[in-house]
Design a protein. Structure first.
Lengths: 158, 660
């Protein structure tokens, strides 16, 4: 093989690997990204049932009901709209009424959100960034986060 | 007073770094020996000053001096001593001080041990290193000063986040930082080489031990973080493709590529330009890691000490060094001559393949990590990119890499014999397939590709053993010659063998636990039993206890297997005093077969029933054991005479590579 051919082969195989990786990335991005919505977004935009999304907001006061076994239901609110959520599993340490929460899962046909993972930040004053931003965009006033330092999240994934 | 002393030392260190950046650099350009020689004392005094500052801050923590704002915000008088000490770097300001301390440590090490470096190169390297230190020192002094006082001092501190009060996490940040910051040396050498316009095999020989040391510590640092997340966060997982995890993983991937390309450069004088580029990129990824972790631009499961304004400063540092480095590369790289030629099928060829795949993998992780940020900036849509993305992109790239791995060390330089090497690997291939069949029979469930994953890991491990057997002529030479050869095999070779063996072990652990994890979530009353992974766990009830700085509800589970009582697991929920925060502590029964992992959730109303999650994680220990073996392999390789920092040049002939 000449030097030129070798260089061609090397560049060719490099381009091939990058090309395959790029195709995989595009497919994976199409299939595995999850959009973040607040209850108001869902009411306005109409997210189709069965599409995987992240739902963010506050756990509505007085809405947490422990059901059969390890199933828990609660409502997530952005103070304008609220959405009922069911979750089977162990809730994170800092899951609490009135606190920020992010749940991942799908909407069922009846307008209930079936979550398969629930995230809550590991700090009394902390609000998940997306939740805070979305609520602020909607003009909802929140108590200022006193010290976002020390923040860590816990999550529950059944 | 001690605090003010530390503060003063920190400010002096800024000035020393500025001096070290300018004077030796100018000296190297004018070939002025006196100016160049100032680099060494400057680097050492910078280290001493920062050590004084660090010890002063540590003193404030140990004595619980709450008149220091940083101590008041992050410590508490009732905290155990080990966490008072680890609290120094458990917060933003202190961790940045640790960062510059390690930067100075590496700089001083080059100053002390780099006696065989050409004087201009050494002066330039130390000047570049000082420029990085100066940027971070200015960052500390201007935005994140750990020595600010409070007046009046509060009666007690706010405490350290309880999930950080953990022995593995106490030492995770220093190891991780040695890794991150260690790559700064490779960066400084690369920039210096570009400025000098000269690069040769000797350059790679100087760079490789530093890169190896950084890589080792990054490996063990990431492994410790993963282990901590596994037992402390209570989700039973060990890796979440979280932005903060990716932030440390990307420099690791690029650093691994750098380690291998520097090898080609050292032995064959090829891939020079590429190696320099990788050195710049690896440290840039370290800086980006610092930016991601410190700025909080990405939502993460372990985002500590987040502050967007400081993020902008770090972004500035990132842009300056990455942009500057790449610009210099673009203008100067063509001046470097390319070296040794090789056929595609050769050891160089496999190392190029390794680099290609590792760098592509780094790129996919980078895309997955930054895509949410870019999309939100462009369209305002908020998204998250989860594990499925990384499994679909990163996973497939690792398959050819692992398949090629055992071939690399067995192929000859310049021109290799693929068929011959395959014949030598026949035992490894057969053994791997046998193990895959065994795994299939033993688990008899899970994804059908999983046994192949096990086979891949086994192939890498057996490949390493085969390589060793061939090098010492096991089975083909008399036993005394085998022993002699085993003794004479260079330590760097043993290091490589061990590291590769560790990779294989880790792959088996990853595949085993991912494919065959068993999980049960249920509500349990005292006296009830759950069966998982062949264990029976009987819930005995919950009792409240008081720890040093927390209250704890401890559940007890009696674990039996086949009727025989093995142990009692005590998972618990804690409520810390300061800050008042709950945490979950897992109960784990570890064995080679796998881990039984139990956590408790909330009690169900007024009843005695608790939500319980029980997992069986097969082979999960192999993940961290693999990382530990990689770390040890790196350490053994570092003790090789050829790599020893500052070793006399003539020692190079001491270790001829057997021509296999």
């Amino acid at each position: 093989m000449t030097r030129k051919q070798k260089r061609g082969l090397m560049i060719g195989s490099g381009v091939a690997v990058l090309g395959v990786a790029a195709i995989m990335v595009l497919f994976a991005l199409k299939d595995s990204i999850v959009f973040f919505h607040t209850p108001s977004d869902i009411a306005e935009k109409g997210v189709p049932a069965g599409q995987r999304i992240r739902l963010g907001g506050l756990v509505a006061n007085g809405s947490v009901v422990r059901g059969q076994g390890t199933t828990v239901s609660f409502k997530v609110t952005d103070t304008l709209k609220e959405l009922p959520v069911t979750f089977t599993g162990v809730l994170p340490d800092l899951f609490r009424e009135g606190q920020g929460v992010v749940a991942e899962g799908v909407l069922d046909g009846n307008g209930t959100f079936a979550a398969d993972s629930v995230l809550a930040k590991h700090d009394e004053n902390y609000m998940p960034a997306e939740v805070k931003k979305s609520l602020e965009e909607r003009g909802v006033k929140l108590g200022t986060s006193a010290h976002p330092e020390d923040a860590a999240k816990t999550s529950a994934q059944p | 007073m001690i605090v003010e002393f530390g503060h003063f030392a920190l400010i002096l260190a800024v000035m020393v770094a500025a001096f070290q950046m300018i004077v030796p650099f100018a000296g190297a350009r004018r070939r002025d020996v006196r100016m160049m020689n100032t680099a060494e004392p400057a680097a050492i005094s910078q280290l001493i000053l920062l050590a004084i500052a660090f010890v002063a801050l540590m003193h404030a923590y140990v004595t619980s001096d709450f008149s220091v704002a940083n101590v008041a915000a992050n410590s508490h008088s009732t905290k155990p001593m080990i966490y008072k000490i680890s609290g120094v770097w458990g917060n933003h300001e202190g961790s940045m001080l640790l960062w510059v301390l390690i930067l100075a440590l590496f700089g001083a090490a080059v100053a002390l041990f780099g006696n065989n470096l050409p004087p201009t190169l050494k002066a330039t390297v130390l000047a570049v290193q000082a420029s990085v230190a100066l940027a971070f020192l200015l960052f500390i002094v201007m935005t994140s000063d750990p020595f600010l006082r409070l007046d009046p001092a509060p009666a007690d501190g706010r405490g350290l986040n309880p999930i950080l009060q953990d022995p593995a996490l106490a030492f995770h940040p220093p190891f991780l930082y040695i890794g991150y910051v260690g790559f700064s040396i490779a960066f400084s050498f690369a920039i210096a080489a570009l400025i000098e316009g000269r690069i040769d095999a000797a350059w790679a020989r100087w760079v490789r031990p530093w890169t190896l040391a950084a890589w080792m510590f990054l490996t063990i640092g990431i492994a410790m973080g993963s282990w901590w997340a596994y037992y402390e966060l209570g989700w039973g997982g060990w890796w979440f493709w979280d932005p903060v995890e990716n932030a440390s993983f990307m420099p690791w991937l690029a650093g691994t590529a750098l380690l291998h390309s520097a090898l080609v450069m050292e032995k064959r004088e090829a891939l020079k330009v590429w190696t320099v580029l990788l050195a710049i990129l690896t440290f840039s990824l370290s800086l980006m890691g610092a930016f991601i972790v410190r700025s909080g631009v990405l939502t993460s499961v372990h985002s500590f000490a987040v502050d967007p304004e400081r993020g902008v400063f770090i972004l500035g540092i990132l842009v300056l060094f990455t942009g500057g480095g790449l610009a210099l590369f673009a203008t100067r790289a063509h001046e470097m001559r390319t070296g040794g030629l090789f056929q595609p099928i050769s050891r160089e060829g496999t190392l190029v393949f390794n680099n290609l795949l590792l760098v592509t993998a780094t790129a996919t992780v980078l895309i997955g990590t930054l895509y949410p940020l870019v999309l939100e900036g462009v369209t305002g849509e908020k998204i998250s990119v989860g594990p499925p993305f990384f499994n679909m992109t990163f996973g497939p790239l690792m398959i050819p890499l692992l398949l090629a791995l055992p071939y690399g060390p067995l192929l000859a330089w310049k021109r290799g014999d693929l068929v011959g090497v395959t014949q030598r690997l026949v035992f490894a291939i057969a053994g791997a397939l046998l193990l895959a069949a065994l795994a299939y029979a033993a688990f008899n469930r899970g994804p059908s590709l999983a046994p192949f994953g096990i086979a891949l890991g086994a192939f890498v491990m057996l490949g390493a053993i085969t390589e060793w057997a061939l090098r010492v002529k096991l089975g083909s030479a008399p036993s005394d010659e085998v022993i002699r050869r085993a003794k004479n095999l260079p330590r760097s070779q043993y290091g490589t063998l061990l590291a590769h063996f560790g990779v294989g072990l880790m792959v088996i652990g990853i595949v085993g636990t991912t494919a065959y994890q068993e999980e049960r979530i249920l509500l349990m009353k005292p006296g009830e039993t759950v069966t998982v992974g062949g264990y029976d766990a009987t819930f005995k009830g919950v009792k409240a206890e008081k720890g040093p700085n927390y209250m704890e509800d401890i559940a007890s589970f009696e674990i039996t297997r086949g009727g025989e009582v093995l142990t009692t697991l005590l998972p618990s929920k804690r409520l810390y005093d300061a800050p008042p925060q709950p945490t979950t502590e897992s109960g784990i029964l570890a064995s080679w077969r796998g881990d039984l992992y139990v956590v408790i959730g909330d009690p169900q109303g007024d009843t005695t029933a608790y939500a319980v999650r029980a997992y069986f994680n097969p082979l999960v220990r192999f993940i961290w054991l693999g990382a530990l073996i990689m770390f040890i392999g790196g350490g053994i390789s570092l003790t090789d005479r050829r790599l020893r920092v500052g070793a006399p040049v003539k020692s190079r002939r001491a270790a001829p590579v057997p021509a296999e």
